[in-house]
Ligand binder design. Structure first.
Ligand code: GDP
Length: 493
């Protein structure tokens, strides 16, 4: 059986959407799970700068030269990698303090030298819970809050492996706590809760645990499976336990990455530096990035002129889960863009041109797969797995009634999952959550019941291609979703 669009996309590290666009340009209309003929695969791969050779497993093992991304799964270069952690939570609950405290304690404990640089993420070394002699690395995204996490997800990159949700013990679960939890859940990223500020006299840990259990996060001593650690970022209390719990949680994920192939990763942040030109902070996800490597990032190409780590020290190379600042870009990419090394500069240049011309096409393609209107098409082609709904209403009673009605509409073809249900207006954060959750197999819509978005929120929804449905009669909501599921929806006027 042939390689599918999805498999090819993973192997050459481009989005399935782009492969589908390239196929479409050749007159082939393919779904994501469609097996490709050898010829079609060869042609499309060539467009993205890859030469495909189909070889037996034996041949692959005999020749471990990493020239073909196509066959790297069979190689032995897969090695454990460090977890990447996002710290999220309500404003003023101590995210920044926690990130600073972890960085300062672990750097002081580890090797000296270098000056702290903000490059979007930093590494710390922590004793292995199984063998205290050994040190293991954890990477923290150091932009607190869920913006970085959501931006990356909206562009198709995975934000992090583990989410630390910070809740202040004197304040409890607040709206942005719930938002952060929604984001982690939507991305299927395991959660570790840090109950912070336990040094404060008003701290009430039991109350926080109760509030968390009300939204489905139940701590271990109450019979649940959510890890909760009581800390004080200010007094650096219990940070080692928190770090240990992060390691134990990530161990369950069995995180691994290939180390020998051409590097790829994701842009954490990028800017134009007066002296150094365009600079991007990249989190390497696969392979090893080296000085001199030609690469393509978003719509730009370049060649690595220098690599600088999170303490301002130059590196000659960086492997998986290493955040580095990259110099040698031709333009400034966007946070969340994919960073990809290619065999030679000519190819990188070609690919950049290709991407620039295809960017328009991809935009057309993505507009064809977003809202309720297109749901039936995606369902018919077998791509759609879930309709995700963000529910906003004026009163709690309506929220509950609608949630129940929607969940009952799930059928064997598509299930409906309400990922956020709240009282209040439709906000920018709702739109960003929906945008981040929209992909080939998920359509995420926002339903507003007796509430509406502010004009700038409606504008954002348009930009991010998020479908907002406004209603004031409960049975109309039901009718609309039901109709969409059988392809009978009236077009939006
Ligand atoms: P962020 O908005 O979540 O990044 O919160 P910050 O880290 O900026 O912290 C907000 C405030 O809470 C600051 O004044 C911190 O000094 C304070 N704070 C943070 N952690 C603790 C803690 O563990 N104990 C106490 N007492 N105050 C803390």
């Amino acid at each position: 059986e042939g390689t599918t669009v999805k498999e090819l996309a993973e192997k050459i590290e481009v989005k399935p959407k782009d492969i589908m666009a390239a196929l479409l340009a050749k007159g082939i209309l393919a779904t994501i799970n469609q097996p490709l003929s050898e010829e079609a695969m060869r042609e499309v791969a060539r467009e993205f700068g890859y030469e495909v050779t189909v070889r037996s497993l034996e041949e692959i093992i005999n020749d471990q030269q990493d020239t073909l991304a196509i066959e790297t799964d069979a190689l032995d270069d897969i090695e454990p990698r460090a977890p990447v952690v996002a710290v999220m939570g309500h404003v003023d609950h101590g995210k920044t303090s926690l990130l600073d405290a972890i960085r300062n304690t672990r750097v002081a404990a580890g090797e000296a030298g270098g000056i702290t640089q903000h490059i979007g993420a930093y590494s710390v070394e922590v004793p292995d819970p199984d063998n205290r002699e050994k040190l293991r690395r954890i990477v923290f995204l150091d932009t607190p809050g869920h913006e970085a996490f959501t931006m990356m997800r909206a562009r198709g990159a995975k934000g992090a492996d583990v989410a630390v949700i910070v809740v202040a013990a004197d304040d409890g679960v607040m709206p942005q706590t719930i938002e952060a939890i929604d984001h982690a859940r939507a991305a299927k990223v395991p959660i570790v809760v840090a109950i912070n500020k336990i040094d404060k006299p008003q701290a009430n840990v039991e109350r926080v645990k109760k509030e968390l259990s009300d939204i489905g996060l139940i701590c271990e001593e109450w019979g649940g499976d959510t890890v909760m650690v009581e800390i004080s970022a200010k007094h650096r209390r219990n940070l080692d336990t928190l770090l240990e719990m992060i390691l134990l949680t990530s161990d369950l994920l069995d995180l691994k990455a290939p180390t020998k192939r051409l590097a790829s990763g994701v842009v954490l942040e990028a800017r134009l530096d007066k002296g150094r030109g365009p600079v991007a902070s990249v989190l390497v996800q696969q392979g090893t990035l080296k000085v001199g490597d030609p690469f393509i990032v978003g719509l730009h190409f370049g060649r690595v002129r220098a690599l600088i780590d999170d303490r301002g020290r130059p590196l000659t190379e960086a492997g998986p889960s290493v955040p580095v600042e990259v110099l040698g870009l031709e333009g400034v990419p966007k946070a969340g863009d994919l960073f990809q090394v290619v065999d030679d500069a000519a190819r990188a240049q070609e690919l950049a041109n290709y991407r620039q011309s295809k960017a328009r096409m991809a935009q057309l393609m993505s507009s064809a797969a977003r809202g309720l209107e297109d749901m039936y098409q995606q369902m018919k082609s077998g791509q759609l797995k879930e309709l995700l709904v963000i529910l906003k209403a004026d009163v709690q009673g309506s929220v509950e009634a609608l949630r129940e009605i929607l969940q009952k509409l799930s059928n064997e073809k598509v299930s409906i999952r309400v990922i956020r249900a709240d009282v209040g207006a439709i906000t920018e954060s709702d739109v960003m959550l929906a945008a981040a959750s929209n992909d080939m197999s998920h359509v995420c819509i926002i339903i507003g019941f007796n509430v509406r978005p502010a004009p700038r929120v409606a504008e954002l929804a348009k930009q991010e291609r998020v479908d907002i449905r406004l209603h004031s009669v409960i049975y109309k909501v039901e009718e609309e979703v039901r109709k969409a599921m059988i392809g009978m929806l009236d077009p939006l006027t």
